[in-house]
Design a protein around this ligand. Structure first.
Ligand SMILES: [Zn+2]
Length: 113
């Protein structure tokens, strides 16, 4: 039944072709990019060409940042979070103070009565 399938499955022809292709390719540099949504992709550039620091993501179109390049910090990413945290902290502090004063007031009233 499955007589020839096992023999046919051996990859005799794939090796040399790949090697040949590798040897012929001119020196190129692979640059990894990563977009703001986390898509990772890469592009090859001629080693003597100027490599761009950003490249549009093929999936979502957002600019991807090249490996080694500094990520474009808009300043928005972090500040809202820390600001929120700051506000939150302040809020709980105020609430804590209010509760404390309320408790003190009750204590005072109790004593007065
Ligand atoms: Zn993307």
């Amino acid at each position: 039944m499955a007589e020839g399938s096992a023999i046919r499955g051996s990859r005799i022809g794939s090796g040399p072709a790949g090697d040949h292709e590798r040897g012929e390719v001119a020196p190129r540099t692979r640059v990894n990019f990563r977009c703001a949504r986390g898509h990772e992709f890469h592009r090859f550039f001629a080693s003597d060409a100027e490599m761009p620091s950003t490249w549009d993501c093929p999936r979502c179109g957002l600019p991807g940042v090249g490996e080694g390049a500094e990520p474009p910090k808009a300043g928005r990413g972090e500040s809202p979070k820390s600001h929120l945290e700051y506000v939150r902290e302040r809020r709980t502090d105020e609430e804590g103070n209010a509760l404390l004063e309320e408790a003190l007031e009750r204590l005072r009233r109790r004593r007065e009565i």
